[in-house]
Design a protein around this ligand. Sequence first.
Ligand SMILES: [Fe+2]
Length: 388
Amino acid sequence: MKKIPIQTLLPNSLVSATVFLDDQFILLTPETPVSETLLRLLRNWGYTQLQANEGLKVRARTEPVATDMPSGRLPDDSEEPSNREETQKFYSGILEFTHKLFDAFMKRNIVPIEPLTDQVKLLVNMMRSHKRHLLDLGGLDRGGFSYIVSHSVNVAILSVAVADTLKLPFHKMIEVGMAGLLHELGMFKLPDNFQTANRTLTEAEKRALLAHPLLGYRTLRDLGFPPNVTLAVLEHHEKEDGTGYPQGLTGDKIATSAKILAVASAYDAQTTSRPFRVARGGHASLLSMLQDIRKTYDEQILRRLVVTLSIFPIGTYVELKNGCLAVVFEPNPDDFKRPDIRLLTDESKSPLTSYPMLRLIETPELAIARALNSEELKQLRADRILPA
Ligand SMILES: [Fe+2]
């Protein structure tokens, strides 16, 4: 790797080797056109030098630079495409596993502990090796599985992520992950499985629903699951102020693992669309949950979720204070308000032709002003300012 002055890059030129913003972040990949806007931004941010792989050549580009934004998902991991594919493969696998687990439970009343433990061990290992991709839940294909399957998997993923930031020992992370996958198991004991119906429940059904933590607890206890798992399932709808169910426990009496499930479950529920409910964005969901801190959720646990996801979770579209639009790429554990982002437009909302990755922690002048809401996103996509 060698340092290159920014003047090496000419507008509308092509580079033959990867150019880096710093030791870590790729600015341009080979054959990516250098746009005028990108050069202007780099100058505005005070960059005078970049880094590039050996053998860099810059040549003029004969055809005009495309200004169309690509359709579909952003190439946010062009440097590591296999990681996203591996994560999707794992996610599809754990959805399939959970679907079969619930099916076996409904038909034969069994929940085999060993394969479940193995599956959750895989999840914990994936969390350590593919965290960024795994926490981009909105970017993963849920494959048409029922809500209760995808919700259970997502709660297990988020719970393990929170347990990881709490630095719980490996066996505790396994227990939290198992409880996440199984926390709604009691639903299958309710009449006619109305809980899987994609509709608003009747008042009588809502009352019956309150039994599911206890039903899940008894089932798992009788099947020989460890107390830490059964207790988390029993208490996952308890609230800090004692207004939860089934026991009305107050904060100090609720198991930590149950508190983790509570925040993970609420976050996934709020960010998932159902036929009877429009999903909120990750940022709006976290803000709404923070309003209930100490009343519904444990303060420390909810703050760990915020740190894990950042207050602007991965995949959130944001406007910076200088007017640029960007998408959140990776949380920053040192400052949850300043995640790493990919820049999508310049200050005047003109789409960029490549998407430079920036660490907001290192560019204080580029703080996030706000998250975009779903209506704005729809309009910006229709106007081809953001990718469809
Ligand atoms: Fe529940």
